[in-house]
Design a protein around this ligand. Sequence first.
Ligand SMILES: *Cc1c(COP(=O)(O)O)cnc(C)c1O
Length: 376
Amino acid sequence: MIPFNKPPVVGTELEYMKQAMESGKLCGDGNFTKKCEKWLEEQFHCHKTLLTPSCTASLEMAAILLDIKPGDEVIMPSFTFVSTSNAFVLRGATIVFVDIRPDTMNIDETKIEAAITNKTRAIVPVHYAGVACEMDTIMAIAKRHNLFVIEDAAQGVMSTYKGKALGTIGHIGCYSFHETKNYSSGGEGGATLINDPELINRAEVIREKGTNRSQFFRGQVDKYTWRDIGSSYLMSDLQAAYLWAQLEEAEKINERRLAFWQIYYDALTPLAEKGLLALPIVPEGLEHNAHMFYIKLKDIEQRTAFNDYMKEHGVLTVFHYVSLHTSPAGMKFGRFDGEDIFTTQESERLVRLPMFYNMTEEEQQTVIGHIRDFFA
Ligand SMILES: *Cc1c(COP(=O)(O)O)cnc(C)c1O
């Protein structure tokens, strides 16, 4: 069976984890955490990066940091992972879903302004497949209406929008190092990117259980106390050691993924030209990170037939998000503003092909062969 995903492994993970164990300090903010945070800050030109247990935790931290309260409204696409919504629902907010663009599957920036009310506090663009949302427009809307922008860049590590790294454009950015993402910290993990310098101090307090322990460790205060609400949003240094191995090879991982992406794209172009399937679209001015390769089929019936066929032939292809606004919790905690023209329709057509760092070229050719046979 060719799996849909395998966690990325570069080979140096164990050595670094051993070093972390021998250092005698495995809790958060250890040596490897500091190395990873510095690397992320320098690589992506970010004011402050804080490693967290997951992108989910980063989104929750962001919602606390922005003081999201009951009655507030937060705008986001419905075609996203539950954590994008949950983080704000946990603070009592109402989610306002707007439609996506059919080309990128990202939030339709032209529909955001109509969804803004006097209760709106934030916009959460999700960079699907590591392809950027139209950030200039989104940031301009946020500025006009005095709103915060939190980028869900879980899938966007190493992607850019007009030369800027995803996650560094909004007030806060959230990365995932889950094993299904391009870079992993050993299964679970994430990072919060604080791009508004005024938010840095409080972000550190919230992440350290509501205390100013980070300042204490830097020798800025002589004891630490409970200052604010907070939780434990630190990553173990053992996980940071695993992540460090992958960040050192980030360029290599990125290039290999992009090569796989291009091979799929080129091989499937003839089928797209015959109108049998649709290929992903990457708008001008964006560099993506080949987080995933998806195709779109005619409808949900054809997609089910395709997935069944591929599975019979030993290949796992998988669909993705079921629109949140159609889910029981989505109906309870949110509403869809405007008309769902593309969200449901396009999500039902989309199917993801196996693509992971340690995939072999033979495996990829096998997948391509079975796709050709399905349409023949
Ligand atoms: C993976 C993902 C998340 C959650 O990431 P975790 O690190 O697993 O918490 C959130 N949003 C999007 C868009 C994702 O793809």
